[in-house]
Write a protein that binds this ligand. Structure first.
Ligand SMILES: [Zn+2]
Length: 220
């Protein structure tokens, strides 16, 4: 007599599939198997980060469902759904880390090749915007917020460097008052940005030295 491995239904007329499931239980598991297979095949082929992370979420949902079958010794996927679930945080982290490195690379390249001040910083502002958006969309992925904070700190430094270059141009023109105003502005921007001052003490010190060279005491 056939017995369904999931719902426990039994009877002489009951037929079960290859997994030992009755006609009611069989389509359900087939749907989750299909979702898991499709998602895991797609993850590394999808072009965008959100599409990849959505595929990971689909795989996770299917594996959570299939894990209950695994617990009843009903085999579904070639690899154990519970084992797949254990690997998902690492996979998610790898996808996010690659995304952060990619946007950071572009931002850094643009900061070197940009012709104007805004051209040099625009790569950073758009990268930070992208990462901030991803960190809202995927709140369980910590890499995006961490990447955005790192790039913000780099952008703060870049803005300081640009300001110091401007101040040197003013000094060369003999406009010392203008130059010290620019330096004070750059130092104040560091004081009020989101990056911790302790991380930027070398920049603040440079601003102090530059002001002293102009015969000024630093107001910060
Ligand atoms: Zn059943």
């Amino acid at each position: 007599m056939a017995v369904c491995g999931l719902c426990g239904k039994s009877g002489w007329l009951l037929t079960v599939d290859g997994r030992g499931l009755c006609a009611d239980c069989s389509p359900l598991v087939a749907g989750w198997v299909l979702q898991a297979t499709r998602a895991s095949d797609a993850i590394w082929h999808l072009k965008t980060i959100d599409a990849r992370l959505r595929a990971v979420a689909d795989l996770e949902e299917a594996c959570r469902q299939l894990a209950t079958y695994e617990d009843r010794q009903i085999s579904t996927l070639t690899q154990s759904p519970r084992a797949i679930l254990l690997g998902l945080p690492i996979m998610r982290s790898a996808i996010a880390t690659k995304a952060v490195l990619d946007v950071a690379y572009l931002a850094r390249q643009k900061s070197k090749s940009g012709a104007t001040s805004s051209g040099r910083t625009s790569g950073y502002t758009s990268a930070i915007g992208q990462l901030a958006k991803l960190s809202v969309q995927f709140s369980d992925v910590v890499e995006f917020a961490a990447g955005a904070a790192l790039l913000q700190s780099e952008l703060d430094r870049l803005r300081f460097e640009i300001a110091m270059q401007h101040s040197e141009v003013e000094i060369a023109k003999g406009k010392l008052k203008k130059a010290s105003e620019i330096i004070i502005g750059a130092a104040m921007a560091l004081k009020f940005d989101q990056t911790m001052d302790s991380e930027q003490h070398d920049l603040l010190e440079r601003a102090r030295v530059a002001l002293r060279a102009l015969g000024q005491d630093s107001p910060f």
